[in-house]
Design a protein around this ligand. Structure first.
Ligand SMILES: NC(=O)C1=CN([C@@H]2O[C@H](COP(=O)(O)OP(=O)(O)OC[C@H]3O[C@@H](n4cnc5c(N)ncnc54)[C@H](OP(=O)(O)O)[C@@H]3O)[C@@H](O)[C@H]2O)C=CC1
Ligand SMILES: CC(=O)N[C@@H](CCC(=O)OP(=O)(O)O)C(=O)O
Length: 315
């Protein structure tokens, strides 16, 4: 039997990539809506209820509308938007965080795909709070560098327009300067911190790829660890996870002329976790593709868990 899969938002940045990842599967029947009708409520409703699995690749408000249109109790929904990520009725789609996350995903009909920055952040911080290395009230900061595809069609168009004088736009730019980025609620909830992290993302003039960096001070940790000990702890935590690669503490061979680039994990579902530093100071950095493990790759990984096909290690 082939699973019927429908992508609501198939023409968007995330939807197109999910389609690409589904096209190579022979265990899936892809239900394709006529592009002209992709915003027609009745047609969408019909597709949403015909499918065994629905991917929502829509703005938040449209994602909520789609969920409300699903009346078939067998339909499972994997939502790429921010709409349900802290909703307790939805599983948080980052199975590597622990057995309870993996089991919740497998048992649920409603899965939320984590935000891209939140993925990099939670992979670094969740194990440290869970195992009591960081107290819940540790004042966490995080910095992120992302390609512009993270902003979807609108930001891609802004960056790729040729008729604007965009020198300023095309330099690296801090954004979310209200310090209220939309991923803060899921960062705080999943890491269990009592306050949201102070998070400073930077968008830059390349299409995709990202780094999320979390600096830590040993003297403020609940269980004080050096950078080398943090690396050993994370390597042990993620041992056996095919999509999370904890890089050896001596990571010099992974750098290019001493630089850590943002794009080395592109076109994969891989997330690399680096730990830099010394006895007192630690910098944990996640590197991954914002359109891979940061969205469409993670969405497919969650589908595989739902279908009992964890062994699928394709893109
Ligand atoms: N880009 C990224 O790195 C990531 C994005 N996400 C999230 O995934 C979701 C999709 O993002 P992304 O693919 O980047 O966004 P895009 O803007 O690239 O695509 C959104 C798509 O949704 C369609 N759409 C909008 N409103 C409706 C509606 N009412 N009914 C049907 N279709 C509609 C748009 O149609 P039209 O083609 O006409 O514009 C477009 O094709 C968002 O919630 C985003 O926040 C999550 C993680 C990462
Ligand atoms: C460059 C840029 O604007 N990036 C987006 C990230 C998109 C994303 O992952 O956000 P959702 O998953 O919540 O949709 C941002 O930081 O808001």
């Amino acid at each position: 039997m082939k699973y019927k899969v429908y992508v609501d938002g198939q023409e968007g940045t995330t939807g197109l990539l999910i389609n690409d990842r589904l096209k190579i599967r022979d265990d899936i029947e892809l239900l394709k809506i006529d592009p002209e009708k992709r915003k027609d409520t009745n047609t969408r409703k019909n597709f949403l209820n015909k499918a065994d699995i629905v991917f929502l690749c829509l703005p938040d408000a449209a994602a909520k509308e789609s969920v409300a249109m699903v009346t078939n109790e067998h339909t499972k929904i994997i939502d790429a938007s921010t709409a349900h990520r802290t909703n307790p009725d939805w599983a948080y789609g980052l199975p590597e965080l622990g057995k309870e996350y993996r089991e919740a995903i497998k048992a649920s009909k409603r899965i939320s795909v984590p935000g891209c920055h939140a993925t990099g952040f939670n992979v670094a911080v969740h194990p440290l709070t869970k195992e009591g290395i960081l107290a819940k009230d540790y004042p966490v900061t995080a910095h992120s560098i992302t390609g512009y595809s993270g902003g979807g069609k609108n930001l891609i168009a802004k960056y790729e327009e040729t008729d604007t004088d965009s020198t300023a736009l095309k330099s690296p730019n801090f954004y979310s300067l209200g310090l209220n980025h939309k991923h803060l609620p899921e960062m705080q909830k999943v890491s269990g911190l009592t306050s949201p992290p102070l998070f400073t993302p930077v968008v830059s003039n390349f299409y995709k790829g990202m780094l999320v960096a979390v600096p830590l001070l040993k003297s403020y940790m609940k269980k004080p660890l050096s950078a080398k000990e943090v690396q050993a702890f994370l390597a042990n935590y993620y041992m056996g996870e095919p999509f999370i690669e904890v890089i050896p503490y001596d990571s010099s061979s992974y750098l290019f002329e001493g630089f850590l680039n943002s794009v080395q994990c592109n076109d994969s579902n891989k997330l690399q976790l680096f730990v830099f530093g010394n006895d007192e100071q630690t910098l944990v950095v996640s590197r991954f593709d914002n359109l891979g493990k940061g969205s469409s790759g993670a969405a497919i990984q969650n589908m595989n868990l739902l279908l009992g096909k964890e062994e699928w290690l394709g893109l």
